[in-house]
Design a protein around this ligand. Structure first.
Ligand SMILES: Cc1ncc(COP(=O)(O)O)c(C=O)c1O
Length: 450
């Protein structure tokens, strides 16, 4: 029997993905792709098309996509405004580098500055969230002449060396020499408080502890602090109101730069343009990627002028940074963001969704906590309301059940038991209702096996 590996797979074949079956693709992946690339599902499906918040597999089966390519697609899969802009730009110019002036990069930077918090104005573009954080950390260390930086327990900032060093989750760490000077501070996980406290009687012990770490481990000075307003990969951890204000004040007390990693929370997903706005903090730098172009590879930072202006030629450079296709995709994405008013839409649909999740929590004892803002939501699967033991092994089974019922969800958290819900913001009210029904049925099915 001939397999896909026996034939020469052409561009024409690739553009007709329905002619492949999932087992052929799995076999090719096993043979030609490094095994760190793994699938969510034991029985994955071959996704071949997308539209809005809907994905289709190669058999034509429809799925509601609640994970949006890991919290990336905001404007919907294959949004025509973005794809048409890309097609037109493709016929004009695909690549030059930033060694030559081009229109798309400056146009995008100008538009981005118009939606960034007031003092943030100067951009630098790369291709991913990891590179964005790498570049921002490089910048703040140069700016402050210090190499001590602080990130939060449970954080995820990417897979390049500095970004991995900032990432405080055992599951994403290996026995490797990471960058020195990175301090981990407690995060505010009120469902599982590291200090055994209860909000609001805790006086934010978690946030205040950061100061002790700085005083013990640095010469009372840091280059800066990087936070995710809502931890994505870490399990949709959503701190109480004053938490980031306290961290901001501590950062400033020790002369640091405050960076908000908005790779997941940016561009309206949480119900505000930038996630950190929920905490009334204005960061000095925002790093971004994912939702920036709703699926086209892109990343970058925007910083206060006085910080970015210290950079000289060759301090930072990226061959593909500012690529005309990425910039046009980003620009079209911001136009959709404005036309659809993403922050308002995420706030409105998110409120409906969260209400639905809270109702599910009432009727299913294995949901211990529902959290998040806008359309960045999550819930913890636990043994029971009284026994918070995480259902770590059962969560992948739950995902498999939901997938078979036509729903893609994500998983995360230190214990891997947090179901993550981050759909495209163009999701329809009907899809909200239908996806909540599916979650209900999938929870019942999982419960019947426990
Ligand atoms: C908050 C955050 N920062 C950075 C990254 C890294 O982004 P990328 O995978 O594009 O390098 C991620 C990826 O999930 C992320 O969630």
């Amino acid at each position: 029997m001939t397999t896909a590996d026996d034939k020469d797979i052409t561009v024409e074949d690739v553009l007709n993905p329905d002619s492949f079956d999932v087992d052929e693709v799995k076999a090719l992946c096993e043979k030609y792709i490094a095994p760190c690339v793994h699938y969510y599902y034991e029985n994955p499906v071959l996704i071949s098309k997308g539209n809005g918040a809907t994905l289709y597999d190669s058999d034509g089966k429809e799925y509601i996509d609640l994970f949006a390519g890991v919290c990336t697609i905001l404007s919907g899969h294959c949004n025509p405004k973005i794809t048409n802009a890309l097609k037109r730009q493709l016929d004009l110019l695909m690549h030059t580098t930033t060694l030559y002036p081009t229109v798309p990069m400056v146009a995008y930077a100008k538009k981005l500055a118009s939606i960034a918090p007031g003092p943030l104005n100067k951009c630098f573009f790369v291709n991913s969230g990891s590179e964005a954080n790498e570049a921002a950390l490089h910048l703040i260390k140069m700016y402050k002449g210090s190499h001590f930086v602080m990130s939060l327990n449970g954080s995820f900032h990417g897979r390049t060396l500095m970004a991995m060093s900032l990432t405080n989750q055992g599951a994403w760490r290996q026995n490797l020499p990471y960058a020195t000077g990175v301090l981990g501070a407690p995060h505010a996980n009120c469902y599982r408080c590291a200090f055994g406290q209860e909000y609001p009687g805790c006086d934010y012990e978690c946030a205040r502890y950061a100061e002790k770490i700085i005083r013990c481990q640095t010469p009372n000075q840091i280059a800066g602090m990087i936070v995710e307003p809502i931890q994505g990969n870490g399990g949709v951890i959503t701190p109480p109101p004053e938490y980031f204000k306290i961290l901001y004040e501590i950062t400033k007390k020790y002369d640091g730069v405050f960076i908000s990693d908005e790779v997941q929370t940016g561009f309206g997903r949480t119900g505000k343009t930038w996630g950190i706005e929920h905490w009334n903090v204005t960061p000095d730098i925002i790093t971004m990627a994912k939702g920036m172009a709703s699926g086209f590879p892109i990343g970058g930072f925007i910083a206060r002028d006085e910080i970015a202006d210290i950079l000289n030629p060759k301090d930072l450079f990226s061959t593909y940074g500012g690529n005309p296709l990425a910039m046009v995709a980003g620009l079209a994405n911001i136009e959709v963001f404005m036309e659809e008013d993403f922050p308002a839409r995420a706030a409105r649909l998110g409120a409906v969704y969260k209400k639905g999740l809270n109702e599910l929590m009432e009727s299913h004892s294995i949901i211990g906590d529902v959290r998040g803002k806008g359309l960045m939501l999550g819930f913890e699967l636990v043994k029971s309301k009284d026994d918070k033991t995480p259902l770590t092994e059962e969560t992948p089974r739950f995902m498999e059940i939901a997938k078979d019922m036509g729903l893609f969800i994500g998983a995360g958290g230190l214990e891997g038991n947090v179901v993550r819900i981050k759909p495209p913001l163009v999701m329809t009210p009907e899809q909200i209702d239908r996806s909540l029904e599916i979650l209900d049925s999938a929870l019942k099915k999982l419960e019947s096996t426990l």
